[in-house]
Design a protein around this ligand. Structure first.
Ligand SMILES: Nc1nc2c(c(=O)[nH]1)N[C@H]1C(S)=C(S)[C@@H](COP(=O)(O)OP(=O)(O)OC[C@H]3O[C@@H](n4cnc5c(=O)[nH]c(N)nc54)[C@H](O)[C@@H]3O)O[C@H]1N2
Ligand SMILES: Nc1nc2c(c(=O)[nH]1)N[C@H]1C(S)=C(S)[C@@H](COP(=O)(O)OP(=O)(O)OC[C@H]3O[C@@H](n4cnc5c(=O)[nH]c(N)nc54)[C@H](O)[C@@H]3O)O[C@H]1N2
Ligand code: SF4
Ligand SMILES: [Mo]
Length: 720
């Protein structure tokens, strides 16, 4: 068995693979991995199909003038792409070129850094990613409030952890959580004595093991947090010492949340008043506590203010690690600067820097809002985006139907992926790339966000099919054609690519570097030598030195801004809002399914055997009222579109909720009139109903109607 690690998600499970010929024939979790201890999930196993599967792209494609895709060598494709980019840049400047990167590149450290350097060489500021249709409310919150450097407690040390709209037991993800098999670490925390509070309209797999669960009405989290803050401030239960030293505009916050009395909050959130009080008391009474939010909190109609108020609750209660608490992650690859109690002040980056073409908005963490990308491409302005390079993403689906349609208006669409997707279907060129077990890699990208001082390297355990190149090779090849050397730099989150003054790995312009040499370079800076990383085939976990967080030193005046004027205005609007929609009595919520990773794996036979299409989960009592039975076909309609789906009873849901996963099916209903390939919920997303600053569309708590179409047997499988 060969050892490596899974890179489908950021859990980075250690795996053992049996390779016969050049195919994976068996796979299991590596029991000796110090963090994941043999854990392994269906998505990880589905990667076998991904590598060996019949739908693997084994050649690059180009589109003929009649619109057909034909095979082309990667070399010829890159020649043609380079020439077409050159003429677009000559005519309209580098700002006419944009990049979109999705979840498929986050676990490929060399490819990702190559992409970033290439964007830098092109000279366009326009970077888009899946983050701005995901949890960029966190970036808005950091920009408006600032950040406390010590970070939050998690299952390693919290006494109380409140998880809001996040289901790590399925998603294996959560900002601030231990990312390696997070559910196991939550259980470990509970064994240690930690209380787990979950706020979720669904008794999710995470909520099932929680000590307290608030089954909130979807989309009302901001109201809950405003009410909790009011209740705490009213009783002076906040951490006054922390507030005095590290926060500002507490009085403005107090005034803003005044209308949110607990009885009103209970009514709007559909929660029991006593249950809310119990949660507040448990949270406030604990010494080490933090609030963690996920997509359920960051995708609703008030996502930015929800995120801000959740963090304000955390801040007024001093929910951050304090002087003397342990720093569990000291940065295995690049080392982290000593952590001390201090505020990184708000910077509101979007008020400066190059603006979008279609809106007066600048960069957010050096990216632009994907929620605006359709306008940026298809808008009337002469200055618009004409060429888009997509890497490891499927924006035709993830950005909603409007973006799917806008992609057709580009002069040039290039997609770098390993399989056919709704985005490759719309592309002028598709570059077929390597998959994870075909490349050497290391976990350096997660150095800053890992909960532990942990890292590992892996070699390639399979040969890529002939005709397939690496993500790195795409950008090295394009840079070579530009006559510029590509430089690979240490990965950083939210920092300008060229602004760190760190020397990089300068790539030869004639001979393509061996990616293994770049991994060696990447892994040679840190706490552990490259040779030691290679020798430790289960990954390296350093636990023996956990230095303490340092106390604050001189006061530099930086404060967490609890309630700046725009936030106060948004809270006021929230207090006044009362939305009811009689025509659309249900609220559509997001949820993830174990076997698929957004659009990836959703088409695999193993996934479809379990779920012929993505079900519309509804509480059985709601099904009864609608005179529906499991498997019945329904039309689900929002104000902006409709999908055809099959219902499935689910008692874990709050009544009045329809929960569906995203990025399944086809973008246009005409391509799949009966919804047999799945229901694309992006058609229900109103792309004009967007948040300020990050232009995040509402993806959860969307008012919908449910109308029966026909009845069918519960287990009817996909035809054909
Ligand atoms: N309605 C609605 N819309 C949503 C969401 C929702 O909940 N509801 N969720 C949003 C969220 S959170 C996200 S993150 C986005 C997802 O947005 P995207 O990232 O745009 O979509 P994915 O389907 O994850 O696309 C990943 C692609 O990467 C490819 N890939 C995998 N490995 C590699 C690799 O090594 N190299 C390359 N080049 N490609 C690779 C896969 O084949 C796949 O096509 O969707 C968003 N959209
Ligand atoms: N298996 C699998 N794993 C994945 C992915 C996948 O597609 N499949 N995608 C990956 C990606 S890109 C991301 S961003 C992460 C996301 O990771 P998570 O944020 O954990 O996403 P979900 O698992 O959908 O959990 C969201 C929870 O929010 C709840 N929710 C919905 N609406 C609301 C609301 O209005 N308020 C509250 N309080 N809760 C609400 C849902 O019921 C659900 O339990 O997962 C990653 N991991
Ligand atoms: S949780 Fe599943 S998909 Fe994520 S790294 Fe582990 S095996 Fe891979
Ligand atoms: Mo995501």
């Amino acid at each position: 068995m060969k050892k490596s690690y899974c890179r489908v998600c950021s859990s980075h499970c250690g795996v053992e693979l049996r390779v016969e010929g050049n195919a994976i024939t068996a796979m299991r979790g590596d029991r000796d991995n110090p963090l994941t201890h043999g854990y392994f999930c269906i998505k990880g196993r589905n990667a076998i199909d991904w590598h060996n599967g019949h739908d693997r792209l084994t050649t690059s494609l180009s589109r003929t003038s009649e619109g057909r895709h034909i095979a082309i060598s990667a070399d010829h494709a890159l020649d043609q792409i380079h020439a077409r980019l050159r003429s677009i840049i000559d005519a309209y400047g580098p700002g006419a070129v944009a990049i979109y990167h999705g979840t498929g590149i986050f676990q490929n450290v060399i490819g990702f850094q190559a992409l970033r350097d290439w964007v830098h060489l092109i000279g366009t500021p326009y970077i888009y990613s899946s983050m701005t249709v995901d949890q960029s409310a966190k970036w808005v919150r950091i920009g408006r409030m600032g950040l406390f450097e010590t970070g939050k407690y998690n299952s390693l040390d919290a006494d109380v952890l409140m998880i809001v709209g996040n289901n790590p037991a399925v998603s294996h993800f959560g900002y601030g959580l231990v990312l390696n098999n997070p559910a196991a670490w939550l259980r470990e925390g509970q064994r240690r004595g930690m209380s787990l509070i979950v706020v979720d309209p669904r008794r999710s797999e995470t909520a099932q093991t929680a000590d307290l669960h608030l089954p909130i009405k979807p989309g009302t989290d901001a109201v809950l947090f405003a009410g909790m803050i009011r209740y705490i401030l009213d009783r002076n239960w906040n951490d006054a010492a922390f507030c005095n030293r590290f926060t500002t505009s507490l009085e403005e916050l107090r005034c803003s949340v005044e209308p949110f009395t607990l009885d009103r909050v209970a009514e709007r959130t559909g929660l029991d008043q006593d249950a809310i009080e119990r949660v507040i008391e448990r949270f406030v009474g604990a010494n080490r506590k933090s609030v963690i939010t996920g997509t359920g909190a960051n995708m609703g109609p008030d996502s930015n203010i929800t995120e801000h108020l959740a963090e304000a609750l955390n801040a007024i209660c001093g929910g951050y690690r304090k002087a003397g608490d342990a720093i569990f992650n000291t940065g295995l690859f690049f080392g982290l600067a000593a952590r001390r109690e201090r505020v990184l002040p708000p910077d509101r980056s979007w008020e400066r820097g190059p603006k979008c073409h279609s809106a007066d908005i600048g960069p957010l963490m050096h990216e632009y809002p994907t929620g605006l990308l359709a306008d940026e491409i298809a808008g009337p302005q002469r200055d618009r985006i004409r060429a888009l390079v997509v890497v490891g993403g499927n924006p035709a689906m993830s950005g909603g139907r409007a973006l799917g349609a806008a992609l057709g208006k580009l002069d040039l669409l290039v997609t770098v992926d390993s399989r056919i997707t709704e985005t490759t279907r719309r592309s002028d060129y598709v570059i077929a790339t390597e998959l994870m077990y075909e490349r050497p890699d290391c976990t350096a990208f997660y150095d800053a966000v890992s909960a532990h001082t942990y890292g590992r390297v892996t070699e390639a355990v399979l040969r890529a099919p002939e005709g397939v190149i690496s993500d790195f090779g795409v950008f090295w090849g394009l840079a070579r054609r530009m006559g510029r050397p590509l430089t690979i730099r240490p990965p950083t989150f939210g920092a300008p690519y060229d602004g760190r003054g760190t020397a990089g790995f300068v790539c030869d312009q004639v001979t393509e570097p061996n990616p293994a040499d770049i991994v060696r370079w990447m892994a040679s800076h840190g706490r552990c030598s490259y040779d030691a990383l290679v020798a430790s085939e289960h990954g390296v976990l350093i636990e023996d030195d956990v230095p303490p967080i340092e106390a604050a030193t001189v006061d530099d005046g930086s404060r967490l801004e609890l309630c700046p004027p725009d936030v106060a205005r948004e809270i006021k609007t929230l207090a006044q809002a009362q939305s009811t929609d009689d025509e659309r009595p249900y609220l559509l919520t997001v949820r993830r399914m174990l076997g698929a990773m957004n659009s990836a794996f959703s088409e695999l036979p193993a996934t479809r055997l379990l779920h012929p299409t993505n079900p519309a989960f509804i509480h059985p009592d709601d099904l009864r009222i609608e005179e529906l039975r499991d498997g019945d076909l329904v039309r689900i309609a929002s104000a902006s579109g409709s999908v055809i789906a099959r219902v499935k009873g689910d008692r874990s849901l709050r009544r009045g909720t329809v929960a569906m996963t995203h990025c399944w099916g086809r973008v246009e209903q005409d391509d799949d009139p009966l919804g047999e390939e799945g229901a694309f919920t992006g058609r229900l997303v109103d792309t004009l109903d967007r948040q300020a600053i990050n232009f995040m569309p509402t993806q959860t708590a969307i008012p919908v109607s449910v109308e029966a179409l026909t009845t069918a047997s519960p287990t009817r499988a996909k035809s054909g």
